[in-house]
Ligand binder design. Structure first.
Ligand code: ADP
Length: 591
């Protein structure tokens, strides 16, 4: 692999990694938003329930003091406070009523703030004799309104909500206050839930109800001297020392996050939602531990990263496969190209060899032509020079004989000259046959007469060689297509060659024939040495001869072969298994 490819890979990997990181980051944001929105919803719903429960709890008692203030017993008691018996009766009545309405304490306060009768008269922490002028609910009620206050009981040390109402005499003057206290411990105890914490703060921001007791009486808002002063004046939390809650607050989008240490001292982050309860002057907060949210977020992101990893692995595997496939295709293409190159090279080689062969053939043809020309020249010069020389001798002798007036012998010489001239004319005629096609039209011929005529024509020659001819033709031999003169020339030629081959041995030349389908074949068999395989293909060439110069021109078979081609037939040679050559003259059957 080249350096450039490596760099490209590195860059691709870096870009991909950045993209993945960005994707993971974006997904983390999305999932975080969704997870926290879910958390918020859960916290809000808890908050709603908590506020409703608290509100319901308070409302149950809200109207009771006003109702009690109108009771005859109460009014009369405060209008003209009785002696110890009357007080005892009132105490019992209050105790009984307190039990019926399920409040924590019920008591009557004189206009000077002193408690005259109380439901807890028989307890150690009895309110009787206590002065509550410092409690806002008392001053409010004495002012003619409905008093309400939340506080830690100074006597009992128990947190409670106080409701108070003025008690008027028949003239409408305020003669005292009826107050009742309800506890909040039971409400608080019902809040325990593992996923969230709940706390309630007073208008000064001080926590007075909480799922974790360590947060009680701690300030959520800054403990300014004003606040401390107001709290002290109402003795709301008796002598409890006030400390800051020590929470840190963060705002994330529209979410309120606070970090707070519980009784175990471990600071935890909470998602906080709060609601004011204006009538009570409270603020209720529900704190949702964000640790499970973070865990859920982490799990979601981890799952996504895992999926991304799997997807990337799959993509990578797929890409690898494609790369391998492409590589294989490239290899195949290369192999194909190599093969094609080889084929081209081979073809070029073959072409070259072919060209070479053609050149060699042309050379051979040229050589063959020259050889043929040489043979022809030798034959012709012999055939012509010899009669010319003889004719010259005869002419010289004739001239001498005329000078001597020996005219008969001179005439004899001249007739010799004439026969020599005839012989040369015959040679010229032969040559003309080679050069030109005769115009003789093809006819339908009977073979038997043609053979008989040829045998007669060659008769003298055959007799001179001492051979005889035996002709054995089937009687129903079909007629053939050909020229009578040329066919005779062929047969004479073949008979003479046969006689030459037998060379005066006195044998028999056998002439036979047979018809086969569309052709008729005439065979001429001799008993000579046959045709040697080495020259078999060449005996039909013009000027090919094995005979001595003067005895053969080498044109006989060539002319015969061409004549039969003209007839649409063929001339073939074979050697007979019992010796001798067999020439087959193949002709088309007529009609
Ligand atoms: P020429 O007879 O003038 O040689 P041809 O063309 O007739 O010319 O014959 C060519 C050659 O074919 C002969 O020289 C001879 O070698 C061979 N040949 C022809 N006929 C026969 C035969 N019947 N038997 C053996 N050889 C033959």
């Amino acid at each position: 692999m080249g350096a450039r490819a490596a760099t490209r890979r590195l860059v691709t990997a870096a870009v991909l990694a950045t993209l993945c990181l960005a994707l993971v980051f974006a997904v983390e944001r999305l999932v975080r938003a969704a997870t926290f929105a879910n958390g918020m919803e859960a916290a809000e719903s808890t908050l709603r329930q908590t506020v409703n429960a608290l509100d319901g709890h308070l409302r149950r008692f809200e109207t009771l003091p006003a109702l009690l203030a109108r009771q005859v017993e109460v009014r009369e008691f405060l209008t003209a406070p009785p002696g110890p018996d009357g007080v005892q009766r009132m105490n019992l009545w209050l105790k009984y009523t307190n039990r019926v309405i399920e409040s924590s304490d019920l008591y009557l306060i004189a206009p000077d703030g002193t408690t005259l009768a109380a439901s807890n008269f028989d307890r150690a922490e009895s309110f009787i004799g206590q002065n509550f002028t410092y409690r806002p609910y008392f001053t409010e009620a004495m002012a003619g309104g409905a008093g309400r206050f939340f506080a830690l009981g100074t006597t009992s040390g128990i947190r409670g909500y106080y409701f108070a109402s003025p008690v008027r005499d028949w003239a409408g003057r305020i003669v005292g206050v009826v107050a009742l206290k309800i506890g909040v411990d039971a409400v608080e105890a019902a809040w325990t839930a593992p996923s969230h914490q709940t706390l309630v703060t007073d208008p000064e921001g001080i926590v007075f109800m909480a799922t974790d007791p360590v947060w009680l009486y701690r300030g959520m808002l800054e403990l300014t001297p004003d606040r401390i002063e107001r709290t002290k004046a109402s003795r709301r939390y008796a002598d409890q020392p006030l400390h800051p809650l020590g929470q840190t607050v963060a705002q994330d989008d529209d979410r309120h996050l606070i970090t707070l240490a519980g009784s175990d001292g471990v600071p935890r982050e909470y998602l906080s939602v709060s609601r004011e309860m204006p009538q009570a002057g409270w603020s209720v907060q529900v704190l949702l531990d964000t640790a499970p949210l973070h865990a859920q977020l982490r799990l979601s992101v981890a799952t996504f990263v895992m999926f991304l990893g799997v997807a990337l692995s799959l993509a990578w595997a797929l890409w690898q496969r494609r790369a391998r496939l492409a590589e294989r295709i490239a290899l195949q293409a290369a192999a194909q190209a190599a093969l094609e190159g080889q084929v081209a090279a081979r073809t070029a080689d073959l072409q070259q060899a072919n060209d070479e062969l053609h050149r060699m053939q042309a050379d051979l043809v040229q050589a063959g032509k020259l050889a043929a020309l040489g043979r022809m020249s030798a034959a012709l010069s012999h055939e012509i020079n010899q009669p010319l020389a003889a004719a010259r001798n005869y002419a010289e002798s004739a001239a001498l004989l005329i000078d001597r007036d020996d005219l008969p012998r001179a005439r004899d010489n001249i007739s010799q000259i004439l026969s020599l001239i005839d012989r040369m004319a015959a040679i010229a005629r032969h040559l003309r046959h080679v050069a030109r096609k005769p115009d003789e039209p093809l006819k339908t011929l009977a073979l038997a007469p043609a053979v008989a005529e040829a045998v007669a024509t060659a008769g003298a020659r055959l007799a001179a060689s001492g051979v005889t001819v035996r002709v054995d033709l089937p009687p129903d031999l079909p007629a053939v297509k050909g020229g009578p003169v040329r066919l005779q020339q062929v047969i004479v030629n073949l008979l003479c060659n046969a006689a030459d081959a037998m060379d005066g041995s006195g044998g028999v030349i056998e002439v036979a024939a047979f018809g086969a389908g569309p052709s008729v074949t005439l065979t001429i068999r001799d008993h000579g040495p046959g045709v040697a395989p080495a020259i078999r293909d060449r005996i039909f060439d013009p000027f090919f001869t094995t005979k001595t110069v003067g005895s053969g021109l080498g044109l006989g078979l060539s002319i015969s072969y061409n004549i039969l081609q003209d007839f649409g037939g063929d001339l073939r040679v074979d050697n007979h298994p019992d010796g001798g050559a067999v020439f087959s003259v193949v002709m088309q059957a007529a009609g």
